[in-house]
Design a protein around this ligand. Structure first.
Ligand code: AMP
Ligand code: ZN
Ligand code: FE
Ligand code: FE
Length: 289
């Protein structure tokens, strides 16, 4: 069967996904018969070499080098996806190192807070759960689950880890403009991820953010997303058109961390077209290369 559909948002074990880059790519190429997949781990491109090695084995399948960067937004954070960037760019790698170091500083502080709150978890435990990759709050949530302090990831975030929660620790991030620039400088296009989740879903606030990011050089908006309903897709598509942004889409697959999301199909209804998106993204990326 001809490959037609794509997934431009996925995570592996090098950040907070549960599956290796090889497995993520194989699932996309074989089980889901996708035409393209972007592996977009948080603040790291370290999974891409392994992902390419697997992608080459599947005819007609394309791996799109990607990243998901946490950037400043008021006193919180937004996620910016980068596509077609040069994963070997020394400038990019140096900036990512800053973000990774900020995580390394934050994680022990979160664990210390949890200990103070009476929950015994250790840095070693969390490191073991995370494996060799970038450590994130979902790994800390997993440690809390394993110890029986909470039932699931949602509860861990709701009770402790979410912004304003008792174990929340802010971490250093780059501004939106600097994050967009760091993607452009590495030859990639910058796309605002899951707009549904910025500004607590307040649509007027989201439009203001999109307008201001468009002025700072944002190239695209993640219109198609696992948990966007039809109305939200329509609304975000209109905003993408209004501000001259390419409408992209992806599942945000994380494996068992988000068990109801599958590669390519999301929660069942996701369908993202290669033809309508990839040529535009590629052309835009060329303008930065
Ligand atoms: P971190 O990278 O450590 O800031 O953690 C961010 C990740 O935690 C996000 O990419 C989500 O996968 C996950 N996350 C954030 N908020 C929640 C939530 N309320 N429930 C479940 N997972 C969440
Ligand atoms: Zn994640
Ligand atoms: Fe995200
Ligand atoms: Fe993501």
């Amino acid at each position: 069967m001809e490959r037609k559909f794509i997934d431009l948002h996925s995570h592996s074990t090098v950040s907070d996904g549960s599956e290796s880059p090889t497995t993520v790519v194989r699932t996309a190429a074989v089980d889901k018969n996708l035409k393209a997949l972007a592996l977009s781990d948080h603040d790291t491109v370290e999974g891409l070499d392994e992902a390419y090695a697997e992608a080459e084995k599947h005819e007609g399948f394309e791996l799109i080098p990607a990243i998901e960067i946490s950037a400043e937004y008021g006193d919180g954070t937004i996620h910016i996806l980068g596509y077609f960037l040069d994963r070997h760019s020394p400038e990019l790698l140096a900036k990512l190192k800053v973000l990774q170091d900020a995580r390394e500083e934050r994680n022990p502080q979160i664990i210390a807070k949890l200990n103070e709150l009476g929950m015994e978890i250790t840095e070693e435990e969390v490191a073991e759960i995370a494996g060799k990759g970038v450590i994130g709050r979902p790994h800390i949530a997993r440690a809390l689950i394993n110890r029986g302090h909470v039932k699931n990831t949602e509860e861990a975030f709701d009770k402790y880890l979410a912004k304003n929660g008792p174990a929340y620790i802010n971490k250093e991030r780059f501004s939106q403009a600097d994050s967009i620039k760091m993607i452009h400088d590495a030859g990639g296009v910058a796309v605002l991820a899951h707009p549904k989740y910025v500004h607590g879903g307040d649509l007027k606030g989201v439009e203001e953010l999109i307008a201001s990011m468009a002025e700072q050089g944002l190239d695209g908006l993640e219109v198609f997303y696992s948990s966007h309903n039809k109305k939200e897709v329509k609304w975000f598509k209109e905003l993408a058109d209004k501000y001259g942004l390419i409408a992209t889409g992806g599942s945000d697959f994380h494996g068992v961390t988000k068990p109801d999301i599958e590669i390519g199909t999301g929660m069942g209804n996701l369908k993202v077209s290669y033809e309508e998106i990839i040529p535009k993204l590629r052309e835009k990326a060329k303008s930065y290369q």
